[in-house]
Design a protein. Structure first.
Length: 394
């Protein structure tokens, strides 16, 4: 068993349940060849604090799993965590109007580095480090004994460059005839569990899409930027939007957006789907004096396009300024970031800076975070990563 010593000033932090093995918080230990190995974390006096596994992910070296010295990290451990998580989501399984949601959310459910999503009878396991992937067989075998399923798929998100490992993601059961159609608050969504890193929808935005559909889109013109597969546009249309324009740089976004609209019997020919760099689009749209009643901003934390790199931590103020130019008076900007390093306070400050620089007035109408199925760990603030703000321009 590997022993890792906490630095004195972080002893209490770890003892209180902080789950991430941050390099700066512990003494130097060579873990370069220890992916998947279990360790004991000891305080500076060599007393037991917790046990976990080595798995390099983002800014951490691994995750703490148990603060009980006598608890083994074995099949029974994984099964117990899954039982608790499944019981917490009973209402989701019973909701016929929503058939896609998160079943297990990493450190929020007690195992950092692992998520499990449900898509209409299929389960998708995502492993975020080589370390947690070494427990794959135990994890999947214990989980599959607790649920009925059509098929199980996996995604590995841990190669050296941070890019998705391209492989057949099917694990067991029945292979899906993709796209499969799931429901979210009664709206159809096409998903593919075996086509790269993404599935076609980001489940963490469920509450935001619902609010747009049921409260804010009726009779409105809507600009959906960084639109991906156009799901925000679909929800706006299902809520009565009079027109949507979906903008994304990826060529495949056009076909995917058409697909999402078609399965909801939406006439996509009367909507606008634009394949263009969003930042170039903003400049062109401003020159053409385009305006909308609602502008949706859901960029990735980092994005590269020809001659420009976007970082939500540094560049979101500029993005809001671009959106202000295209938003009608009394119109709405839906601003979102999934960057865990951007606090809600910092995010609001960037919004405020943008409106001040534009000499425009605004009011924050509503705010959202992660939905209930995305359990968070209160001891790790980065666990609660999603910030969404509905801003009315006045």
């Amino acid at each position: 068993m590997i022993e890792i010593i906490s630095r004195k000033q972080y002893d209490e932090k770890f003892k209180e349940g902080f789950p991430l093995l941050v390099p700066q918080f512990v003494s130097e230990t060579d873990l370069s060849k220890a992916e998947g190995e279990l360790f004991h974390l000891l305080d500076h006096k060599s007393h037991f604090i917790a046990k976990g596994y080595v798995g390099k992910q983002n800014k951490g070296l691994g995750w703490l799993l148990s603060w009980k010295e006598n608890e083994e990290i074995n099949d029974q451990f994984f099964m117990s965590k899954f039982i608790v998580a499944l019981n917490k989501r009973t209402k989701f399984f019973q909701d016929e109007e929503t058939t896609a949601f998160r079943v297990f959310n990493g450190e929020g459910d007690g195992i950092g580095g692992l998520t499990i999503d449900y898509y209409g009878g299929y389960y998708l396991f995502t492993f975020y480090s080589q370390g947690i992937y070494k427990f794959k067989d135990s994890i999947i075998n214990q989980f599959k004994n607790l649920v009925a399923f059509e098929g199980i798929y996996e995604k590995r998100r841990f190669d050296e460059k941070g890019k998705y490992i391209d492989a057949d993601d099917f694990v067991m059961g029945k292979e899906g005839d993709f796209p499969i159609i799931v429901k979210e608050n009664g709206v159809n969504i096409a998903v593919n569990l075996n086509d790269g890193a993404m599935t076609g929808v980001f489940l963490d935005q469920r509450d935001v899409r619902k609010k747009i559909m049921r409260k804010y889109s009726n009779g409105k013109s809507v600009l959906n930027t960084f639109s991906y597969t156009g799901v925000f546009s679909v929800f706006a249309i299902m809520g009565g939007a009079k027109f949507t324009e979906s903008v994304d740089l990826a060529n495949r976004s056009y076909a995917k957006t058409v697909e999402q609209m078609a399965i909801n019997e939406i006439d996509y020919d009367i909507q606008s789907i634009v394949i263009e760099d969003v930042f170039k689009y903003f400049k062109r749209a401003k020159n053409e004096e385009k305006t909308f009643d609602m502008v949706i901003l859901d960029p990735p934390s980092y994005a590269k396009s020809k001659g420009f790199t976007f970082s939500s931590a540094k560049d979101y103020t500029g993005l809001i300024k671009d959106a202000i130019d295209l938003t009608n008076i009394e119109g709405m900007i839906v601003a979102s970031t999934n960057n865990s390093s951007v606090t809600r306070e910092k995010f609001k400050a960037m919004i405020d800076d943008a409106f001040k620089e534009k000499k425009a007035n605004y009011k924050i109408i509503e705010e959202f975070g992660l939905p209930k199925d995305f359990a968070v760990n209160d001891k790790l603030k980065e666990s609660d990563y999603l910030k969404v703000v509905f801003i009315k321009k006045s």
